[in-house]
Design a protein around this ligand. Structure first.
Ligand SMILES: CC(C)(COP(=O)(O)OP(=O)(O)OC[C@H]1O[C@@H](n2cnc3c(N)ncnc32)[C@H](O)[C@@H]1OP(=O)(O)O)[C@@H](O)C(=O)NCCC(=O)NCCS
Length: 142
């Protein structure tokens, strides 16, 4: 992700999440160390993005979303695979994420990639209020 991608990333974010991050948030993340921000392109269009935080050998997949009209074409799955490589290459050994209880498609995608549930955060999400499932995947690390 580069600064010129941010307006489109923020637009996708507003369609994907009920409490979206702002352009300002993405721009400030681009300046921080320990954060990996990636985009996936479909032809010459920005189709998806993902964000990974890293602290020592732990990481969190903070965000992944695909443009609504391009979903179901393997883009999310492909970007997730790439993020797993990025995490592993940068020494992450334990990768975490949170997902809405009702987000069956994402939960299945994560399960197929070897994430398993380690906990529940009660009422974690707003709009609508819902529990988060906390998932973890162990990686080999660099
Ligand atoms: C979740 C999300 C990132 C998936 O991206 P996508 O490009 O639409 O998904 P893909 O086409 O790569 O499909 C993902 C998996 O679901 C399967 N799948 C896709 N559409 C499906 C459908 N209608 N029914 C059943 N399975 C389906 C695919 O076969 C694929 O399987 P794989 O993991 O074994 O490869 C996307 O739907 C999205 O942006 N959702 C909104 C934001 C969000 O929920 N992010 C996750 C927050 S934790």
């Amino acid at each position: 992700m580069t600064p010129s991608d941010v307006p489109e990333v923020a637009r996708i974010e507003t369609t994907a999440f009920s409490t979206p991050w702002s352009e300002e948030t993405f721009n400030s993340l681009l300046k921080r160390s320990g954060v990996e921000l990636w985009v996936a392109e479909w032809g010459d269009e920005l189709a998806a993005y993902a964000i990974l935080w890293k602290v020592l050998d732990e990481g969190e997949l903070a965000n992944i979303a695909v443009r609504c009209d391009l979903r179901g074409r393997g883009i999310g799955s492909g970007l997730l695979s790439r993020m797993l490589e990025v995490a592993e290459d940068s020494g992450v050994r334990s990768l975490y994420l949170e997902v809405r209880e009702s987000n069956g498609l994402a939960r299945e995608m994560y399960a197929r990639r070897g994430f398993h549930e380690i906990g529940v955060r009660k009422g974690y999400y707003e709009g609508p209020r819902e529990d988060a499932r906390v998932l973890k995947k162990s990686l080999a690390g660099a």
